[in-house]
Design a protein around this ligand. Structure first.
Ligand code: HEC
Ligand code: HEC
Length: 153
């Protein structure tokens, strides 16, 4: 009885090489398709929901993340926290009179920007309000200085 001759080193190496080539090609394909999928996902990134609730009267037409950014800009501009304008535990409530003042300030800022800076396009990380923002006047203070610090003399 004769056993089948063991595969020669040459055959074996060839088999090994083509196997690893196939694996390499497969990995390569996986990478390419993963990359394409990521690119497609970026193209078709889901548009964030619009901030559209009955309590929002002035800051309209913003996405939820944009709206949140505006709240954060106001916090920084006035040097306060959310509770300065909002009733505790209820952002939709109008019980805090500062919220009403802030709404009037928003209207004023919108009016200034529409009239005097109509062509200004805010950059990616800037306030959607426009060129003039709460910070322009407030500079980190809830009540902005309306006269030079040490007087004019
Ligand atoms: C300077 C005042 C002020 C500060 C500070 C402030 N907000 Fe607001 N917030 C407002 C005003 C004014 C509105 C209503 C805007 C409108 O009517 O267009 C509002 C609306 C909201 C709403 C929408 C509520 C609704 O009716 O659906 C949320 C949520 C909110 N603010 C969250 C926050 C958070 C969170 C912070 C802190 C990071 C914050 N706000 C800080 C003034 C403020
Ligand atoms: C053109 C300058 C200017 C801009 C821009 C401005 N403010 Fe004001 N703000 C003032 C002045 C001046 C006062 C003080 C009014 C007073 O003493 O009665 C004030 C007062 C306030 C107050 C009341 C503070 C207190 O002491 O009770 C709030 C709240 C406020 N501003 C919010 C805002 C927000 C929010 C924005 C941006 C949307 C903004 N302001 C933009 C000038 C400005």
């Amino acid at each position: 009885m004769k056993r089948a001759a063991p595969a020669g080193p040459r055959t074996r190496r060839t088999g090994y090489t083509s196997g690893s080539m196939r694996t390499a090609c497969f990995v390569c394909l996986l990478l390419v398709s993963a990359f394409l999928a990521a690119a497609a996902a970026q193209d078709a990134a889901p548009t964030p929901a619009m901030m559209d609730t009955p309590g929002v009267h002035i800051l309209k037409g913003l996405t939820v993340p944009e709206f949140q950014d505006e709240m954060n800009f106001m916090v920084v501009a006035l040097g306060v926290n959310c509770g300065y304008c909002h009733a505790r535990g209820n952002f939709a409530s109008d019980a805090n009179p500062k919220k009403d003042t802030a709404r009037r300030m928003l209207e004023m800022v919108n009016a200034i920007n529409h009239q005097y800076f109509p062509d200004y396009k805010p950059g990616k990380d800037e306030s959607r309000l426009g060129k003039v923002t709460c910070f322009t006047c407030h500079q980190g203070a809830a009540t902005p200085a309306t006269a030079p610090g040490g007087g004019i003399r």
